[in-house]
Design a binder for this molecule. Sequence first.
Ligand SMILES: Cc1ncc(COP(=O)(O)O)c(C=O)c1O
Length: 254
Amino acid sequence: MAPILEIAREFNLRVFEDACEALGSRYRGQLAGTFGDAAAFAFYPNKQMTTAEGGMIVTNDAQIATLCRSLRNQGRDDRSAWLRHIALGYNYRLSDLHCALGLAQLKRIGELLSSRARVAAEYSRAFAQTPGITLPQEFPEATRSWFVYVIQLQGTSTARQRDSLIAGLRARGIACQAYFPPIHRQPYFKEIALSRTPSLPQTDLAAERCLALPFFSKMTSEQITEVCAAVRELLSESADDPGSPQSQLSASAG
Ligand SMILES: Cc1ncc(COP(=O)(O)O)c(C=O)c1O
């Protein structure tokens, strides 16, 4: 955030934080969502807390707050009659029922965040001596709030090897995902913004080797052990098979 805020100051830009995955995260001790002019949080069920759908914008700027209230409310004038529309807006209202769910979740946010941290720590401990994979990194200036637990395959591994690992896990009833595919590979983005796919080799490598494992606050130690054992077994099975490209993975990791 420090360099982003510096650039914004230099060029007189406004900063809108996408804090959708970062509820409870801190950078240099300060909470994500409190650096910029405004910030967005998302409350889909896979997030740290949920309202079943929807999200929230936070801001200390009265003008932005008024604009957001109007935009979510079909462009109504926030300070006047219900049927007065001063702009083109949307129906982005979060219903009272969704808000009630969110308020109840917010009361237990400390517990929700620490349960996720416990699951992440157990995964990292269980995977500590596993060759062939890279675990999520710690960042010295940040305290992470856990949204997903993503491992990376190492060495010369390819998307095909990662996908065969996914298939093996799914065959054992373990849900997992290649999460995320990068935006420059999305058909719509290519269509609207790019005349040709840009060369982003590091982004592509990260996307080809990433694997998001099952992750939720109530995940038990037994479930974590089962996932880790399955990953290890599948990695060593493919490493034992000399015809398999995965064998190169452990050779290079070793
Ligand atoms: C970083 C980030 N931004 C934005 C979103 C979108 O949130 P929503 O679908 O609630 O608009 C997500 C959802 O996962 C996200 O992870």
